[in-house]
Design a protein around this ligand. Structure first.
Ligand code: AMP
Ligand code: MG
Length: 401
């Protein structure tokens, strides 16, 4: 199965949680909007000044030369002035409503005020420096759509539109456990043959980045009964269960058989590197996603398959990460028969524009490649790449937030 086919298959099975909750806007970072948000007000609510200066009627200004006008009122932000008397100017400040009758604001740098009169040295364009009522959005307009993952910019917009609380999808609860008799938590001494549980930390961070609530069930030994027990426990409390390791076909790999014994399992060898074994299953009340044990494979597989799947389960519409086409700063002479997602970084090319550079060690065990990288370069199966040729770069900035 190709990576594209595996992803399409997964997304077809994703089911958005239907429970929602109302949350204060300041607590919605990373949450997913459950309904469209309409503006309760127009922004700006009134025509207002974009500058500190003088509000005038343009017809009162000499288009060729200077004009002196009496200053008839002073309007700071937060105060509403009187209609502008003909042949006068209003001293006005940024954000203050433009008084009825005025149509233009002259910036103060183009004026001199003395003895209650302002001399406008240069007449601006009609309507200059006036922000029109509703030019950002009108009352009643939809400013945010359901399925948006809320970032700081959306929180700001929701507040500007008059909302203190928003209806968001319930957080997804994801249980995770990590298989392997050789796996030990950092902080413990390492005996011969053991390695530290790096997947726990990378996967936890990835899940937290997606706004999921993580239930960590720890390290599980390579035994069928132990695996079944923890799977049952995981499925009881979570919407999805994620594991690392134990999904190959060796006799020490028990995850596959354990899932089959209590639910349904679909296994693939996805034609990609790193990665390959990826398992999907349906347990009683929870999805199952089995990642490879190799830390780089687990990380990349999570980014490419689990991330979009879990986002869809939270109701996110747009789950594909944006990518960029960049010139390769490398040669790729020995392409494999599987698509490769190489750890890559942006570099500056000879002409000053960005190019994609590869980490020298692309082994699926080398976690330093992921830490060095800023993203993944997709190398199509069976194709060589010449230096300078275009490649697709998927930045981590999108994948990991
Ligand atoms: P497995 O899929 O269980 O055969 O594991 C493949 C490789 O990944 C082996 O070298 C494991 O030692 C390693 N591995 C499995 N789980 C973890 C983990 N939680 N942290 C770091 N490495 C792991
Ligand atoms: Mg193992």
């Amino acid at each position: 199965m190709t990576a594209d086919e595996a992803l399409a298959w997964l997304l077809e099975r994703a089911k958005a949680v239907d429970a929602t909750e109302e949350v204060a806007v300041e607590d919605t970072l990373g949450r997913v909007l459950a309904e469209d948000v309409a503006a309760t007000v127009s922004a700006p609510p009134l025509d207002n000044s974009a500058m500190d200066g003088y509000a005038v009627r343009l017809a009162d200004l000499d288009p060729e030369g200077e004009t002196a006008l009496p200053v008839s009122q002073r309007i700071p932000a937060g105060h509403v002035g009187q209609p502008l008397a003909q042949g006068t100017a209003a001293r006005i400040f940024t954000g203050a409503p433009v008084p009825p009758g005025a149509d233009t604001v002259v910036m103060q740098e183009h004026c001199t005020e003395a003895d209650g009169r302002v001399t406008v040295r240069r007449a601006p364009q009609a309507g200059a420096n006036v922000r029109r009522a509703g030019e950002d959005f009108a009352a009643g307009a939809t400013v945010l759509v359901a399925g948006t993952r809320l970032g700081p910019q959306h929180q700001g917009l929701a507040a500007a539109a008059g909302h203190a609380r928003l209806k968001v999808a319930r957080r997804l609860k994801v249980a995770a456990f990590f298989t392997g008799d050789e796996i030990v938590m950092p902080g413990e001494p390492l005996k011969p043959g053991q390695i530290y549980n790096s997947n726990r930390f990378a996967l936890r961070g990835l899940l937290q980045g997606l706004g999921c609530e993580v239930v960590d069930l720890g390290i599980v030994p390579d035994r069928f009964d132990a695996t079944v027990d923890v799977l049952r426990q995981a499925a009881r409390q979570a919407d999805a269960v994620i594991t690392s390791g134990g999904v190959s076909v060796g006799e020490e790999d028990h995850v596959k058989a354990a899932v089959e014994s209590i639910g349904k399992l679909t296994m693939w060898k996805v034609a990609m590197k790193p990665g390959k074994p990826l398992a999907f299953g349906e347990l009683d009340g929870a999805f199952f996603l089995g990642l490879p044990g190799n830390p780089v494979s687990a990380f990349v597989t999570f980014c490419l398959f689990v991330r979009p799947f879990l986002l869809r389960c939270q109701g996110v519409r747009q789950v594909a990460p944006p990518s960029y086409i960049l010139p390769a700063a490398f040669e790729w002479k020995k392409p494999g028969d599987r698509r490769e997602f190489a750890r890559a970084r942006l570099d500056i090319g000879a002409d000053g524009s960005p190019v994609a550079a590869l980490y020298p060690n692309q082994s699926s065990g080398a976690l330093s490649s992921v830490a060095w990288a800023q993203g993944l370069v997709e190398l199509p199966e069976g194709k060589t790449i010449e230096r300078g040729q275009s490649v697709k770069f998927i930045p981590f900035s999108e994948l990991l937030s």
